[in-house]
Design a protein around this ligand. Structure first.
Ligand SMILES: CC(C)(COP(=O)(O)OP(=O)(O)OC[C@H]1O[C@@H](n2cnc3c(N)ncnc32)[C@H](O)[C@@H]1O)[C@@H](O)C(=O)NCCC(=O)NCCS
Ligand SMILES: Nc1ncnc2c1ncn2[C@@H]1O[C@H](COP(=O)(O)OP(=O)(O)OP(=O)(O)O)[C@@H](O)[C@H]1O
Length: 240
């Protein structure tokens, strides 16, 4: 089964692109969603988070207070790494379970939406990387408008992620999401034949760094002068 990684910085439009893939009948698994599944109340994952960060990260219903935990871990890289060390192996395990189920139901390809695809080295394990890209200011404005995070909170997450230029250099396909959703949708539709056939271009960074390619067919030699163009020798002069 072919796994395509879908990634991008915060607010780039990963979920928007994921929805379009799903509308096209391609299953999408979201690492953000799995990161919620592994900390549901009563789960072993939530127990591990509480053991590491204390009961203070739970709300009155015993659920993880994600905003509170986010405020803690995005201020301190060592605490963020501590949380990632708890959650990432559990997310990976869950993903393998979902993959097994999808393969058993006859699916040939799946899109895995992972914000930290490059940061976790997962880009090396997928068939190809699809990047959703948009200018930083636009991404911040979108997330703030979504009313989920404040601008300083978004900036703190940005700081914990790879920059977009590095992502662009390493992605096989780039969806430019700096216009409306119809523009994004058209790019996803244009991408489908390549994903279905497995035709993967080289990342822009690799192409730029590579030695100039030799022409596939050497240029033809210059044409030989046609014999007919040689003026005929004049007949020998009569002997005196
Ligand atoms: C800190 C948590 C509880 C905050 O939860 P919250 O509901 O506010 O955010 P959510 O999980 O929906 O993530 C929203 C976006 O934040 C960014 N983000 C999330 N985790 C991280 C991280 N560890 N590093 C950088 N950016 C991150 C991503 O762009 C993501 O799409 C949560 O993000 C979390 O558990 N993070 C650690 C797990 C992780 O690395 N998840 C990313 C998927 S691999
Ligand atoms: N092309 C677009 N035009 C207008 N709004 C958009 C566009 N793309 C995405 N949005 C909106 O911007 C917000 C962020 O998009 P989305 O949630 O898809 O990003 P994301 O990369 O999944 O974000 P996060 O990293 O926070 O999970 C959403 O409210 C979404 O509806």
């Amino acid at each position: 089964m072919d796994v395509y990684g879908l990634t991008g910085g915060i607010g780039s439009g990963k979920s928007a692109a994921a929805e379009i893939f799903e509308d096209c009948g391609i299953p999408v698994v979201s690492a953000d969603e799995l990161s919620r599944v592994v900390v549901t109340p009563g789960s072993e994952g939530l127990g591990a988070v509480v053991a590491a960060f204390g009961e203070g990260v739970l709300d009155e219903n015993g659920e993880l207070n994600r905003r509170k935990l986010g405020a803690v871990v995005f201020k301190d890289p060592s605490l963020r790494q501590k949380l990632e060390a708890i959650l990432h192996p559990r997310i990976r395990e869950r993903f393998q379970d979902v993959l097994t189920t999808l393969a058993a139901t006859g699916h040939k390809l799946v899109v895995y939406e992972v914000p930290l695809l490059f940061e976790t080295g997962l880009d090396k394990q997928v068939k190809a990387v699809i990047l959703v890209s948009a200018p930083e200011a636009q991404r911040i404005a979108r997330v703030v408008a979504r009313d989920k995070l404040t601008e300083p909170e978004v900036r703190a997450r940005l700081a914990a992620q790879l920059d977009d230029a590095s992502r662009r250099a390493r992605a096989h396909f780039i969806l430019e999401n700096d216009k409306d959703l119809a523009h994004l949708k058209q790019q996803v539709l244009d991408l489908l034949p390549a994903l279905r056939s497995g035709t993967i271009p080289r990342p822009a960074g690799e192409v730029k760094d590579a030695a100039p390619a030799r022409p596939a067919v050497p240029p033809p030699p210059p044409p030989a002068r046609p014999a007919a163009s040689v003026p005929p020798r004049p007949p020998p002069l009569p002997k005196p």
